[in-house]
Design a protein around this ligand. Structure first.
Ligand SMILES: [Zn+2]
Length: 146
């Protein structure tokens, strides 16, 4: 499939679906810090200056609908007061702030960069090989001790 919601939601590289597009570990002071390239396939995370300008509009559109619809339902269907519904709107915005901030960048990158199943397979094999080589020395140690 061309688009993977799972990969977008978990901030994976859109090309190989393995590398993380945000720097780890997560720092609250730098929520948008990204590595220059995907650690596995080398996909550039910021293809050009101002690339994520469009993500700002995505974030604005998605988050406003996400907050507006429940707020309108509370006021017009459940007959809540505007103040009460506003408190819920603010709480919803606070709770989902980081998800929309990073998620919109991830979605934007996933819209612009095509998935490459060949690269994904190659990276999967590399990861599997790394696991195996990391595991072998332990076996050798056991052999020496045993
Ligand atoms: Zn990648």
């Amino acid at each position: 499939m061309a688009f993977s919601f799972n990969s977008m939601w978990n901030y994976r590289c859109p090309r190989c679906r393995h590398g993380s597009i945000f720097s780890k570990p997560f720092q609250l002071s730098k929520p948008l810090e990204m590595p220059k390239k995907c650690e596995y396939c080398g996909q550039v995370t910021t293809p050009e200056p101002g690339f994520y300008y469009g993500a700002m509009f995505l974030s604005y559109i998605l988050s406003s609908w996400f907050v507006l619809i429940p707020t309108l339902v509370l006021v017009f269907y459940f007959k809540w007061s505007v103040g009460g519904a506003m408190a819920i709107a603010i709480a919803l915005t606070a709770v989902t702030y980081l998800k929309f901030l990073r998620g919109s960048r991830s979605l934007w990158l996933h819209m612009m960069v095509k998935h490459d199943s060949k690269v994904e397979e190659e990276v999967s094999e590399k990861i599997e090989m790394r696991k195996n080589t990391a595991w072998k020395p332990n076996v050798n140690k056991q052999d020496v001790n045993g």
